[in-house]
Design a protein around this ligand. Structure first.
Ligand code: C2E
Ligand code: MG
Ligand code: MG
Length: 496
């Protein structure tokens, strides 16, 4: 009955089943002609195997998805596994925000919509295998090449119209991903992960692109890296193992280290140190930035509370705050509790925020007011990076403006009056200025002449682990003492 009503997935066990049935049929006349008990026994065995196959392993019901009438995930997995060496082409489509849509339209309505979509796919792609993999994800697959781009276009065009279910019209937005055997997937799970990630990514873009995603080698490598970074991030957050590096900040006039910036790093056995440019956007997207930011802040407080660190004479450490953290109405309470736990004076912690943090100005201003009352200071980061506008400086009481390294570098590549004028204007308004990305002594000298207050960059030191920073500071302190002693000797020699 199933064979007549529905297509059957072209599985190899299907062929084995057909072979056993055919063998049984062929043996029957042999039994009648020869009357040999051995043929009777063989024919009887074939019959038993066929029945066991049909009602047990081979039951077609297990490969169908009832709502859509298409093959299910299990059928997809079996088919792809059994044909791992064959070429294939896939068009995957996924209903955007499926779970939200399910809640919005109701379970029954949604199931009826799935039935309509399944029927449509089955009719429009008769030469291909059609699957429903769950959670709004359909797949059109074939071992013979077919025009995937055209198939995706047809799908998008159909989904631009409504699905008439009962008396109502339902609309769905779908994302499409194209994949073929040129992508060297290690297993069928790899294929399904790639498709899931491709749809997930499309779902989370701010302005969804209607064009299908071509899942090629580079895309897969990218996805794998993202998965590995996510894993490392999750692990670091759970096990309190986010690394905090410190980069010195130097007084432009005296060239002494007065402060440092705390910069987060993730360590993964396979990937090594992962830079924040890679994991911060992921942490912001998945919400783990709150826990990560708290961890960085706590580690800085702990470092500042050690008597050995206090002996270094560091004036402050800057901690970066993400815009997502700035939206948290409990940020001030949480940070104050941590700072009190370690007994670090709040004035020793400067919090760096960027223009992007101003998503909700009232929340931000409330949090900042509460923290300033406690003694924390605020710094505007990345000024001149393209996100800055002067209203931020008016709305929030910063003590320091950090000039973004792209802005600083642009001046040294093609000098004009913009950088010196900006520094002068901020200085006149009473702000201190930090220049980022100082890589040469010539830059340091010129920035000092422009009246920059502090300098930060590879010319002085790269960001380093806290223990190395401690050693670095100790060495810098010893050197300063020796220089001072040298100066005293010179003065003494001159005065003699
Ligand atoms: P940022 O706050 O502007 O930090 C300065 C970045 O410039 C750091 O990159 C630092 O390593 C780099 N840098 C410093 N001097 C030089 C130089 O002379 N030349 C060059 N080429 N680069 C220099 P990093 O550590 O990769 O951090 C990138 C960004 O990630 C940071 O930019 C900050 O926005 C963010 N970030 C880092 N740690 C955290 C954190 O704990 N929380 C949050 N929310 N963001 C963080
Ligand atoms: Mg910063
Ligand atoms: Mg910066």
């Amino acid at each position: 009955m199933f064979y007549r009503q529905r297509k059957y997935p072209p599985l190899r066990r299907d062929r084995a089943f057909a072979f056993v049935v055919s063998a049984g049929i062929l043996l029957l006349p042999l039994c009648l002609v020869t009357q040999q008990p051995v043929f009777y026994a063989a024919s009887y065995a074939c019959l038993l195997i066929s029945l066991w196959n049909y009602f047990g392993k081979q039951n077609p019901e297990q490969f169908f998805e009832n709502r859509t009438g298409l093959f299910n995930r299990r059928a997809f997995e079996c088919l792809m596994r059994e044909n791992a060496s064959r070429r294939y082409s896939i068009v995957s489509l996924c209903i955007r925000n499926y779970l939200d849509m399910r809640e919005l339209y109701g379970e029954r309505q949604m199931d009826r919509c799935l039935t309509h979509i399944g029927r449509w796919l089955h009719e429009v792609f008769p030469a291909q295998n059609t699957f429903y993999l769950r959670n709004g994800n359909f797949v059109v697959q074939s071992f013979a090449p077919f025009d995937q781009a055209e198939a995706a276009e047809r799908i998008q065009a159909r989904f631009a119209e409504s699905w008439h279910v009962g008396d109502v019209d339902r609309f769905f937005d779908v994302s499409c991903a194209l994949l073929d055997s040129s992508v060297r997937a290690a297993s069928v799970h790899d294929i399904m992960n790639c498709l899931a990630m491709a749809h997930h990514r499309q779902d989370h873009t701010v302005l969804p692109d209607k064009r299908p995603v071509q899942v090629d080698g580079a895309y897969v490598d990218d996805l794998r890296k993202e998965v590995a970074v996510k894993r490392a991030l999750e692990h670091a957050v759970e096990t309190d193992s986010v690394c905090v590096f410190l980069q010195p900040i130097v007084d432009a006039r005296t060239q002494r280290i007065v402060g440092a910036e705390a910069l987060a790093r993730l360590y993964d056995k396979e990937l090594g140190y992962i830079s924040p440019g890679v994991f911060i956007p992921i942490a912001e997207k998945d919400g783990s930035i709150t826990a990560l930011g708290k961890q960085v802040f706590e580690k800085v407080c702990k470092f500042m509370s050690w008597p050995e660190t206090q002996a270094l004479g560091l004036d402050w450490v800057n901690v970066n705050l993400s815009p997502v953290q700035c939206m948290n109405p409990h940020l001030a309470e949480e940070f104050i509790a941590i700072q009190r736990k370690y007994g670090v004076p709040a004035a020793k912690i400067h919090l760096e925020i960027t223009e992007e943090s101003i998503i909700n100005l009232t929340t931000l201003q409330n949090q900042i007011a509460r923290m300033r009352k406690e003694g924390f200071r605020f710094v505007l980061d990345d000024y001149g990076s393209g996100y800055s506008n002067l209203m931020m400086v008016r709305n929030i009481p910063f003590i320091n403006i950090k000039l973004d390294m792209t802005f600083v570098r642009a001046h040294f590549e093609d000098p004009n009056t913009l950088l010196p004028d900006t520094i002068r204007a901020f200085r006149e308004l009473g702000f201190s200025i930090t220049a980022e990305g100082v890589e040469t002594s010539a830059m340091a000298l010129a920035l000092d002449e422009m009246d920059t207050t502090y300098l930060q960059g590879f010319h002085y030191a790269r960001p380093m682990p806290m223990e190395d920073f401690y050693v670095f500071m100790k060495a810098a302190g010893r050197q300063a003492e020796e220089e001072e002693a040298g100066d005293d000797c010179m003065v003494a020699a001159k005065s003699v």
